[in-house]
Ligand binder design. Structure first.
Ligand SMILES: *[C@@H]1O[C@H](CO)[C@@H](O)[C@H](O)[C@H]1NC(C)=O
Ligand SMILES: *[C@@H]1O[C@H](CO)[C@@H](O)[C@H](O)[C@H]1NC(C)=O
Ligand SMILES: *[C@@H]1O[C@H](CO)[C@@H](O)[C@H](O)[C@H]1NC(C)=O
Ligand SMILES: *[C@@H]1O[C@H](CO)[C@@H](O)[C@H](O)[C@H]1NC(C)=O
Ligand SMILES: *[C@@H]1O[C@H](CO)[C@@H](O)[C@H](O)[C@H]1NC(C)=O
Length: 953
């Protein structure tokens, strides 16, 4: 049974009553511990723990006993949605406890009794209350003389830290990351000074690194990342002679990188990225390191020649600095990752070193001023998965040896001055997913063997001198999402394209001829199609109007003729420079088409007048009279589309799920099935479902959503199982989640009933004909509402409800301020293993899919946070998730590197209205950028996202 957090009332219990009725046959556990545990099991009865009190507590889930079962040593109640802290104090009666873990719950406070009671358990070594909802200041820990591990990370604790932890004389590991602490870095961390691990990241700590920290000589790990710390890093840091990890990322530290770091023999990881460090990279800094990240600072001058050579070195990131000079040629064979992008490095890429670099997986040297050839021996770097040399001045040809890189997934060589042909060896890169060699001087034709790249998702060859025709077998690239071939000299007709295309198909500015092929009707997921500046002829096919995903269609400067079909209002159409195109009749459905409509009416009137003239006035009159007589008949559905009257689907089973009496009396299955028989009742199609509007006999409207029972990717299993899943979902109650009210099963479809949302989807309101209808107050309220719905879904027990396809097309608006998340059942009923193998086919819409899905092939909580971040960006920028082939998230991330640019990101119509609004938007943007972080671990959880959004108010 699935329940969602909010309130889990705890039963009051009568200890002895229960006790008497439990035969105690086996346990050797002392009776006081048994009693305590039975009491606890009653306090927690309403949760998902399901402890069986007629069994030995040592066998209960989360309970660990000493060998021989003489006493309980560990209690772990992680992830049970516990929201009341009442039970905590009763744990303290078990004086043999060594470890208490109540992480991943919804606790809001640590009761005083708990501190007092458990403080007396001398053997208690570990206390874990991380990932709860604790608020207020850090409590003062008294007693706890044996406590070694204290984890309070990811709560909402605030205030300064002074002496609250000083009594913890055994403390070895302290984790306070992800709270709202402020003030100076605490220095009283256990009088005995035995601390080994100190994690304070993601808080609001200010000031410098205090000298007293260097007194904790046993420290092996310091994580101060993501605070507001400033000033230089003291040289005395070298006194921490056992330090293994030092993280200072995302603060305001300044001054030089302390050369003294290189004296710490134990230090293996140093991260000081995203600060204001200046000056040179000290020589010898990598002497003992495995991992160094100094990216996003202002480091200048050249890279020390010994920097990359130490034999333990695994990863170096110096990207986004101001480094000059050439790349050192002495590179350690142990190196796995080298990132030197976005500096001012020049000179050649060192050659004859890559043969030795058998571990190198990531090589990024992009956006520098490197010259010379791409070294052919790069082809011997057999572990290479990512090669990015884009944005340099590299010349010469593309070496065929690169075809040996059998593990390469991403090849980016765009914006260089490479010449010659695309080597046929490229077809050997069997794991390649991204190929970008655009904006070079490549010539010759596109090798047809390229179609053997089964995993290729993005191919960009635009802006070269490629000639010949597009290979016919290009349709074999059945993972391809984006194809950019614009700005070349390609000739011939357009062949069939891969049906998997989604992001963009760009064939513009070539010499292509012939008609827009009929096979384009298969591109049902395509968002942008650009065929401009070619010599295409024939009509604009009407099937293009049925590609519902299409948002931009560019056909300008061709020789197309005939009538322009009528496109949905969400589509931007460019047809200029086609002299023989005629505008079609349009109704006044949207402001955009209204203008078109007018000139067309004129054209039709002229045509009609001519017809009257030839056929004769009398016939004309007779026609109009007869039409008037038969008007009654015309009222029947006579259009070809609806004849003969469709028969409604046959109901196999129908059930009400809602307990709400109004819905129960309104919903009429027969009426609903009549409504779904008519396509005119379709109000929305999403990737997996079709929404119909059904008006019930009572006059109220409902959404009836059809999912195709017979589609092989759905796994309904038995009708019974489906019903059980739906019953669970039907019990969810949150005003921002669309919960099913009822369902009907027919032979080949399942129909779910929902409350009607008169405003349509967020996508339509934001990017459709209603553009600019949403002011900031509405957008903010939508952001908060969706966040509330998502954190509700993610807080469900026994596990979070994940969304397979979270996008602005799946957010319905009850009003311009009340969003509802739709399609929540998809994760339950879709079986990705039955899809065509590409996760993007099932896991969401392009633009909302987090980058890691490409590797993990698994829908995750953090993945949903990413998709939500994209929705926030849509609200902030007014732009769709993908425009002109660029993903909004990537665009926003790259434009947000320097904060002064943030203003350019916003929808100008909104951000210019007031300073207060602008500052609120800035805060929401910070949240959005956090959500779309490329690293899933770095994304905030929904609870924190919601909190941050509410704080932005
Ligand atoms: C736990 O609660 C359920 C009802 O919520 C009740 O039926 C059951 O008897 C309770 N168990 C105990 C051991 O109190
Ligand atoms: C609890 O354990 C007893 C004894 O092993 C068993 O008979 C009973 O079915 C169990 N109850 C539940 C609800 O699993
Ligand atoms: C301790 O209790 C558990 C669970 O009842 C049992 O599996 C285990 O054999 C017991 N160990 C000893 C040493 O009695
Ligand atoms: C506390 O629990 C969290 C999550 O359950 C876990 O990741 C973390 O390692 C634990 N901390 C300690 C100190 O055991
Ligand atoms: C078609 O309509 C557009 C405006 O929607 C107008 O600019 C264009 O001139 C019209 N073309 C013709 C052939 O009437």
């Amino acid at each position: 049974m699935k329940k969602c957090e909010e309130s889990i009332p705890l039963l009051h219990f009568s200890l002895f009553f229960i006790f008497l009725f439990c035969p105690l046959v086996f346990s050797e556990l002392p009776s006081n511990q048994r009693t305590t545990m039975i009491g606890l099991s009653n306090l927690l009865n309403k949760t998902d723990l399901s402890w069986n009190i007629s069994k030995d507590p040592c066998s209960w889930k989360g309970v660990t006993c000493s060998s021989g079962n003489y006493s309980i040593t560990e209690i772990s109640l992680s992830g049970f949605s516990l929201s009341s802290s009442d039970f905590l104090s009763s744990l303290c009666r078990i004086d043999s406890l060594m470890s208490i873990d109540v992480s991943n719950n919804a606790l809001t406070l640590i009761p005083e009794d708990f501190i007092k009671g458990c403080g007396e358990i001398g053997g208690l070594e570990r206390l874990n209350i991380s990932r709860n909802r604790l608020v207020g200041p850090l409590p003062t820990f008294q007693g706890f003389v044996g406590l070694k591990f204290l984890d309070l990370s990811f709560n909402s604790l605030n205030g300064n830290i002074s002496l609250q932890l000083d009594g913890l004389i055994a403390l070895k590991s302290l984790n306070l990351s992800g709270n709202k602490f402020n003030g100076l870095i605490p220095t009283n961390l256990g009088k005995a000074m035995v601390l080994e691990q100190l994690e304070l990241s993601v808080n609001g700590f200010e000031g410098g690194i205090p000298d007293q920290i260097m007194g904790y000589q046993n420290l092996t790990l310091i994580d101060f990342g993501e605070n507001k710390l400033s000033g230089p890093v003291p040289d005395r840091i070298k006194d921490l002679s056992k330090l293994e990890v030092l993280i200072l990322s995302s603060n305001k530290f300044s001054g030089q990188i302390p050369a003294a770091i290189s004296n710490i023999r134990t230090l293996s990881r140093f991260a000081a990225n995203q600060n204001n460090f200046k000056g040179t990279v000290p020589s010898g800094i990598t002497r003992f390191l495995k991992n160094l990240d100094l990216s996003y600072n202002k480091l200048s001058e050249s890279i020390p020649s010994d920097m990359l050579s130490p034999s333990n070195l695994q990863s170096v990131d110096l990207s986004y600095n101001l480094l000059k000079g050439s790349i050192p040629s002495n590179i350690s064979p142990s190196l796995v990752r080298l990132r030197l992008g976005s500096n001012s490095l020049d000179g050649p890429i060192p050659s004859s070193v890559f043969g030795k670099l058998q571990k190198l997986m990531y090589l990024e040297l992009d956006n520098n001023s490197l010259t010379g050839l791409i070294p052919p021996d790069l082809g011997s770097c057999l572990s290479l998965a990512l090669l990015n040399l884009a944005g340099n001045n590299l010349n010469g040809t593309l070496p065929g040896q690169l075809g040996n890189l059998s593990r390469l997934q991403v090849m980016k060589l765009q914006s260089n001055v490479l010449v010659g042909e695309i080597p046929v060896e490229i077809a050997q890169l069997q794991t390649l997913s991204t190929l970008n060699i655009s904006w070079n001087l490549l010539n010759g034709s596109i090798p047809s063997s390229i179609s053997s790249l089964r995993y290729l998702t993005n191919m960009n060859l635009q802006g070269n001198h490629l000639s010949g025709s597009i290979p016919n077998d290009i349709s074999g690239l059945d993972s391809l999402l984006e194809l950019q071939l614009g700005g070349n000299q390609l000739t011939g007709k357009i062949p069939r394209m891969p049906a998997s295309l989604q992001i963009a198909l760009n064939l513009s500015s070539n010499h292509l001829v012939g008609p827009i092929p009929f096979t384009f009707s298969l591109l049902t997921g395509l968002e942008v199609l650009d065929l401009s500046n070619n010599q295409l002829t024939g009509e604009i096919p009407t099937f293009l109007t049925e590609i519902r995903s299409l948002t931009r269609l560019v056909l300008s400067n061709n020789q197309l003729s005939g009538i322009i079909p009528e496109f949905g209002s969400w589509l931007t159409l460019d047809v200029k420079g086609n002299d023989h195109l005629i505008n079609a009749t349009t109704s006044n459905t949207s402001p955009k088409s209204a203008k078109k409509g007018k000139s067309v009416t004129t054209a039709l009137l002229i045509g009609f007048a001519a017809a009257l003239f030839t056929v004769g006035v009398v016939t004309g009159l007779a026609m109009s009279i007869s039409r008037r007589y038969y008007r009654v008949n015309d009222e029947q559905p006579q259009s070809a589309e609806d004849l003969p009257p469709p028969s409604p689907p046959q109901v196999i089973q129908g059930n009400l799920l809602t307990a709400n009496g109004i819905h129960r009396s309104n919903i009429d299955f027969t009426k609903a099935m009549e409504a779904v028989a008519y396509s005119k009742n379709i109000t929305l199609k999403t990737r997996f479902s079709t929404y119909y509007k059904a008006i019930m006999p009572s006059g109220s409207s409902y959404f009836v959503k059809r999912i195709n029972w017979s589609d092989k990717i759905f796994q309904f299993g038995s009708h019974d199982k489906f019903w059980r899943e739906l019953e669970v979902l039907g019990k969810l109650s949150n005003s921002n989640v669309m919960t099913p009210l009822a369902y009907v099963l027919s032979v080949d479809n399942a129909y779910l009933f929902y409350e009607f949302s008169p405003k349509g989807t967020l996508f339509d309101v934001l990017h459709g004909s209603l553009e600019n209808a949403l002011d900031w107050a509405s957008r903010y309220s939508i952001a908060v509402g969706v966040a509330q719905g998502l954190s509700f879904l993610q807080g469900c027990t026994p596990g979070p409800i994940l969304l397979l396809d979270l996008s602005s097309r799946n957010i319905m608006l009850k009003s311009l301020k009340e969003p509802q998340i739709g399609d929540i059942e998809l994760c339950k009923v879709i079986d990705p293993s039955k899809s065509t193998g590409s996760l993007s086919m099932v896991a969401g819409s392009v633009g909302y899919i987090p980058p890691e899905y490409a590797y993990t092939m698994r829908v995750t909580v953090a993945g949903n946070v990413y998709s939500f971040g994209v929705i926030l960006l849509e609200l902030l920028t007014g732009k769709p998730a993908v425009s002109e082939g660029t993903e909004l998230a990537k665009w926003a991330l790259s434009n947000s590197v320097r904060q002064e640019k943030w203003d350019h990101i916003f929808d100008p119509n909104i951000s210019r209205t007031s300073i207060a609004i602008r500052s609120q938007m800035l805060q929401v943007l910070k949240v959005a950028l956090g959500c779309v972080n490329v690293s899933p671990e770095a994304r905030p959880n929904m609870k924190n996202v919601l909190r941050m959004l509410l704080n932005a108010r």
